[in-house]
Design a protein around this ligand. Structure first.
Ligand code: SF4
Length: 301
């Protein structure tokens, strides 16, 4: 059933996906896709104005995707967010219509290198995803586009190069989000997919620096602050806390018990440690910080 969070309704708009990512944390269960009529009834009853399509499943894989937007708008929805792998938006007509109707695009791009993209997704569709991003730019949606890049053992070494690629091709987009992979769904405790924080940190920091130098806003999500020395301000959790919001989304699993986190001055602004990571690598890498969060300078763009 659709769930409501942060004053928006997050819905599954498709009972399947056109990719098969090795780290997908919520593989689609067709039985969970609610009927559109039920969603519309909820929209009307709760006077919902914002809907996010794609909380699981690939919304654009639904052949009635555009019709859904129209029906939901008639039910009272005023703003749409689309979380998508974008492959279907390589269709220029579909992309043009989506660019008109959608207010915010969160495009999940696993890699900018075709061979890594294929290894992660099980599909030879990088060219379609790249075409879709260029279509969004062509149809004036760059200013409402973010690219989410899942950081995993599959693409770690290519992160700095990805930052250069993003700056070269999509300057003007809202931001790039480097999201550390979860040990959930299809990952099944695979250490080749979930790198150690200590191994990932150098690549993440280099990518964030390159994005900044390239004139693109970069953030990192679900990554502990004690491995971001000097780069704490790039943490999405840190930014959310500074803006007075809960640092971690409501649907995240609870924190693991961690002795270092208990003593840490940054704990309230940090993603912290989770059991799914602990199962693979333990928590010995985490080190309590004594840094005053107020001493971290704001990022300027
Ligand atoms: S010790 Fe824990 S709370 Fe402190 S920065 Fe590291 S993960 Fe975050």
């Amino acid at each position: 059933m659709a769930d409501k969070a942060n004053n928006q309704l997050n819905i599954s708009a498709a009972a399947g996906c056109n990719l098969h990512c090795v780290y997908c944390k919520s593989p689609v269960d067709a039985a969970k896709m609610p009927p559109l009529a039920d969603i519309c009834a909820q929209v009307r009853a709760q006077r919902i104005k914002t809907v996010c399509l794609g909380c699981s499943g690939e919304a654009t894989a639904n052949p009635d995707f555009l019709k859904w937007l129209g029906t939901l708008r008639n039910a009272g929805v005023e703003r749409f967010t689309l979380s998508t792998n974008a492959v279907a938006l390589s269709d220029a007509k579909l992309c043009r219509e989506a660019a008109r109707a959608i207010d915010f695009f969160a495009v999940n791009l696993p890699s900018h290198r075709p061979e890594i993209y294929a290894a992660i997704t099980g599909a030879d569709k990088f060219a379609d995803a790249f075409c879709a991003l260029k279509n969004l730019k062509k149809y004036g949606a760059l200013g409402k586009l973010s690219i989410a890049h899942i950081v995993s053992g599959c693409n770690l070494g290519a992160l700095p190069d990805f930052a250069d690629w993003a700056a070269k091709n999509f300057k003007g987009l809202l931001f790039v989000n480097l999201v550390f992979v979860h040990n959930a769904g299809r990952v099944r405790d695979n250490a080749a997919i979930v790198p150690k924080y200590s191994e990932a940190a150098v690549f993440i920091k280099l990518a964030l620096a390159k994005l900044k130098l390239g004139g693109i806003k970069g953030v990192v999500q679900h990554f502990p602050l004690c491995h971001l020395n000097g780069y704490e301000a790039f943490s999405l959790e840190f930014q959310r806390r500074r803006d007075g919001q809960p640092p971690v989304e409501q649907d995240m699993p609870p924190r693991a018990r961690c002795a270092a986190c208990k003593k840490c001055t940054l704990a309230a602004s940090c993603y912290g440690a989770r059991e799914d990571y602990k199962r693979i690598h333990g928590l010995r890498e985490l080190k309590a910080s004594s840094l005053d969060p107020a001493s971290v300078p704001e990022l300027l763009y």
